[in-house]
Design a protein around this ligand. Sequence first.
Ligand code: PLP
Length: 386
Amino acid sequence: MKQNKKENKHYKILNELQNYRDKDFTFSSGQILGSMCTQPHTIAIDAYIKFLETNLGDPELFPGTKEMESKLLSFFLNLFNAPKSATGLIGSGGTESNITAIWLSKNLTKKKEVIIPESAHFSFEKIKSIMDIKLITIPLNKNYCMDISKIRKKISKDTATIVGIAGSTELGTIDPIPELSEICIDENIFLHIDAAFGGFVIPFLKELDYDLPDFDFSLKGVSSISVDAHKMGFSAIPLGALAIKENKWLSEISVETPYISSKKQAGILATRSGGPVAATYAVAKYLGKKGYENLVKRCMNVTEYTEGKINEIGLNLVVKPTMNVLGVKLKNPSKVAKKLTDYGWKVNKMDRLSSIRIVLMPHVTKEIIDNFIPDLEKACREVREL
Ligand SMILES: Cc1ncc(COP(=O)(O)O)c(C=O)c1O
């Protein structure tokens, strides 16, 4: 009898949760066209659940999980051609990795100015508010990348860091990172590369013979790189990694940990789940580099298909896509995005660029695009864009 009561309560709560979940959009429906996340690979789900109770903030209790995390870190360091001296931290995503990188560079250089491109993610505004730093913004060139000619005169004796974006949030563009690397070597400046999105795309596009600039540790001036597995890594939220060129730099962002097993701890978080780490490790092991390459190839295929369909209905892109992110030029992006929501599609409006953003993630197929394009055309006609 008691058991029955417990079971009833259990199912009643799960039913209530299902009602909340039913109100959400889902990746599997194909309606989400503006997110940089996707439906995780099935192996990510199984792996995540297996490691639900693990805590990487107390590694002595979970040495197996810690060992797996070290292997995942090696995967990222290898992907980014890191030197032997390199290390890294696993965290919750791009925001945390950017915070950690700027925290590290500030402590290392004892300087407070951070040069970012106009296209930088809004996490840098949070960083400015959290830390006592000054942001210096560099305008973009006609290709929507950081205008390299404007950087040198913005460097001062207080410049700690330059940030380059490898796969911008709005358009997927890549800043001129080889040139940034040269400047940072000359001027002895910390160079952080925000590859939250592009870190899981660019290495594979290069394998597919796309002509893209280097962005990783093969450039001597690069000091740190952030990458998110919950974006193009096909894994579960939340997982971001920060690859750091020199292991010895970790002491700059480490504190003593008096009452847990390890003596010191680096990074922002203490308690953190091994679940997303297991999920990402499992996907990396399952797909391997070749699997990611195939995934990126598929996404680029759908991107090129979508570009063609958009042009066919008389609309233009903001810029030729570098990766699987498209900006569609519109006079009134808010009105079009709203109409599209009425038709069940979720895209992002980008008022700054007078456009809407479409991200061709692994859950977006050509069939979905075939259903979307007539609604896009209809929405544009209704608000007199076409
Ligand atoms: C380039 C870039 N950096 C950082 C972030 C922030 O990542 P997160 O939302 O995982 O904190 C994003 C998110 O879209 C991004 O595109």
